[in-house]
Structures are given as structure tokens and as C-alpha cells.
Design a protein around this ligand. Structure first.
Ligand code: NAD
Length: 328
């Protein structure tokens, strides 16, 4: 897929929330390479080591068209001040508490950051004249949906975790703000994103680390659950395309549409890393979907989205990055 440019689309200043996170830092790098001016907002929260997030921004900090603003998206005054100063026309909202299992442990925190934070951002955006808003939603909204592949137009989503429910609520708020104020809104449902800098608690990163350290991998269930893993560059292609189109209010899946079972994934990582796999069987976890599988026809039509990276190539790229962290 061609890389649609923020530059040529004259999107002006783009605000990226969660800019220091896994996906946010890749997005900022791409936008800067395309010549956009980026205002990045992040609170460097403690979901995982904030020092990792500072490192994620190494390639952005120091660039004259990158402005890092540290603060919390739940604080409307802070957001309004930031928007007044930098005047973004587009917002890409990625800041969130991510993760299914921790949202079951701490549901009220997820509600606070993901729902109140999103609403605060929408309110600041409409008060300060933002014309386009992209929301980083999740395949978790589909939950136990039985219609495979998961389609945006299929039966109503059935989240099975507080995290999934907060993302669905975020989409509903985006819809309401579009209908009230006419802001173009694109909610992009990401399907398990991986690649260099992936969050340390996510499966591919965690399994690689355990294998590297010679430890067993806790395998939840019988290994038959499956996930649609999407390489981060493909997600960034979809986000950048979303800066230009479509108009109105849209919900669009961004996935790879080629799911793989947990057992096959562990096998692939073991082979790519060249390490023997030892498994530690564990019961299935509440909140975990049995399968995810994106229908990406709408993304193709509306965004020209077409994932480029196979799981084999993506895992190889991830492991190359992982090794560099361990063997500098
Ligand atoms: N990684 C995936 O597989 C995946 C899948 C579906 C959806 N998503 C969504 O994509 C987005 C990015 O995910 P990620 O994997 O890069 O996560 P991440 O945790 O690496 O990034 C999120 C960033 O948001 C920041 N943040 C958290 N709370 C904040 C607050 N109150 N104010 C300001 N900043 C705050 C964090 O410090 C972090 O840098 C999230 O919205 C997540 O729910 C991710």
C-alpha cells in the first residue's frame, strides 16, 4: 500500500495522544517522516516502565516539528491549554489503559482513563475547532461474538472485559460528538498489534522473553485459541490513511485477517528464536476471547488498507529488535 501523506493532505498540526507508547511512538515517527508537525501528549503512566516509553521517543525528541507535552488526558484544562497553544486540526487518540486481564483487576481505573479521558479529549477537541478525530479502538469490543470473521456491520458487539466495554463506550462517544458537532470521526479497531517496542506484557513479547531466559511459557487453555496478529507498520498505514478519509462517522477494522492458533504461534517464536519450548499449561483466562479474526473489506475500500507483513516476517523483525535490546 502506498503511504498516504499527512503532508500532502494538508492536515496541519496533528495531535497524537499516547505518543510515547508502542503504537503511538511508531505513528509519530511516520508522521514526522511525512513532514507533519506533531504534538504528542503522554502521561508516562506506570502500566509498564515509563523509562521504556521515554526510550520509545528517542527518534522523535529533538526534531523541530515534534512537541512533547506531558500530561493526563483526563484533565480538560490541560487539554484545552495544549490545543490553544498548538492548534491541532486532527487528533489521533491512542492514550489508554490497555490490556484485557488487568482491566478485570482494576475496572474503575479503566473506566476513568478510557471513558472519561476520551470524553475530555473530545470536549477539548470540539471547543478548540478540531475537524478530524481518529480513535484507537480494539478487536476486544467483539468479545464473544460468534460471527467470524468479525465485521463492523455484523451483530452487535459483545465485549467480555471491562477493557472491551470501555473501547465500545469510546466509540459511542465519538459517534455522539460527530452527530452533535460534525467532527469527522474514524474509530479504528486494531487486532492484536505486534512489532518492535511491543508492550512487554503482550503475548509475543512475553513469550520471546521467557524463551530467551530459558523459562517455561504459561499456555492458557489447550492452545487452540487463535488471534489475528497485525504488524505495527500495517496499523500505521491504516492510521495515516485515516487522516485523509473517510468523512462522517466510521468504524473500521484494522487487522491482518490471517489468524493463528496459540500453539502455532509459540512454535513459530521458538523456531525463530532458535530456542526449545517448554510449556506450563494453565486454565483459560476469563475475559480472553476464544478467537479474533478481522474482516478487512471495509478498511480496503475506505482506506486502501492492505496489510503487507506476514506473521513469519513480522516475528523475525520483532526478534531482531528484541535481540538488539539484549545484545547491544
Ligand atoms: N497493542 C495492541 O495490540 C492494541 C490492540 C487494540 C487496541 N489498542 C489500543 O491502541 C492504543 C495504543 O496501545 P499500545 O499498545 O501502544 O499501548 P501503550 O500502553 O504502549 O501506549 C499507551 C500510552 O498512553 C499513555 N497514557 C495512558 N494513560 C494516559 C493518560 N491518562 N493520559 C495521557 N497518556 C496516557 C501511556 O503512558 C502510554 O504511553 C491504546 O488505546 C490501546 O487500547 C492496542
Amino acid at each position: 500500500m502506498r503511504q498516504g501523506g499527512a503532508k500532502e493532505s494538508s492536515t496541519g498540526v496533528v495531535c497524537v495522544t499516547g505518543c510515547a507508547g508502542f503504537i503511538g511512538s511508531h505513528l509519530c515517527e511516520r508522521l514526522l517522516a511525512l513532514g507533519a508537525t506533531v504534538v504528542g501528549i503522554d502521561s508516562f503512566d506506570d502500566f509498564y516502565d515509563p523509562a521504556i516509553k521515554r526510550r520509545n521517543l528517542n527518534d522523535c525528541l529533538g526534531k523541530e516539528n515534534f512537541h512533547l507535552v506531558e500530561g493526563d488526558i483526563r484533565e480538560l484544562d490541560f487539554l484545552e491549554k495544549t490545543f490553544r497553544q498548538h492548534r491541532p486540526k486532527c487528533v489521533i487518540h491512542l492514550a489508554a489503559r490497555a490490556g484485557v486481564r488487568p482491566s478485570i483487576e482494576n475496572p474503575l481505573l479503566y473506566e476513568d482513563v478510557n471513558i472519561r479521558g476520551t470524553l475530555s479529549l473530545l470536549e477539548a477537541a470540539r471547543r478548540q475547532g478540531v475537524v478530524r478525530f481518529l480513535f484507537g479502538s480494539s478487536s476486544s469490543v467483539y468479545g464473544s461474538s460468534e460471527t467470524i470473521p468479525f465485521s463492523e456491520a455484523g451483530s452487535s458487539p459483545e465485549p467480555i472485559s471491562p477493557y472491551g466495554a470501555t473501547k465500545l463506550a469510546g466509540e459511542a462517544l465519538c459517534g455522539a460528538y460527530h452527530r452533535l458537532y460534525g467532527i469527522d470521526m474514524v474509530c479504528l479497531r486494531f487486532f492484536t498489534v505486534y512489532g518492535p517496542r511491543q508492550r512487554p506484557e503482550m503475548a509475543i513479547h512475553k513469550f520471546t522473553r521467557l524463551l530467551w531466559e530459558g523459562k517455561p511459557i504459561p499456555r492458557f487453555g489447550d492452545g487452540s485459541t487463535s488471534r489475528d496478529y497485525t504488524y505495527v507498520n500495517d496499523i500505521i498505514d491504516g492510521l495515516v490513511a485515516g487522516l485523509k478519509r473517510p468523512a462522517g462517522f466510521q468504524i473500521i477494522n484494522l487487522g491482518n485477517s490471517r489468524p493463528i492458533s496459540l500453539a502455532a504461534l509459540i512454535d513459530l517464536i521458538g523456531k525463530s528464536l532458535g530456542r526449545p519450548v517448554r510449556l506450563e499449561p494453565q486454565p483459560e483466562q476469563p475475559g480472553d476471547a476464544k478467537r479474533t479474526h478481522a474482516d478487512i473489506v471495509k478498511a480496503g475500500k475506505m482506506l486502501g488498507y492492505e496489510p503487507q507483513v506476514t506473521l513469519e516476517d513480522g516475528i523475525a523483525a520483532f526478534i531482531k529488535w528484541f535481540r538488539r535490546q539484549r545484545e547491544p
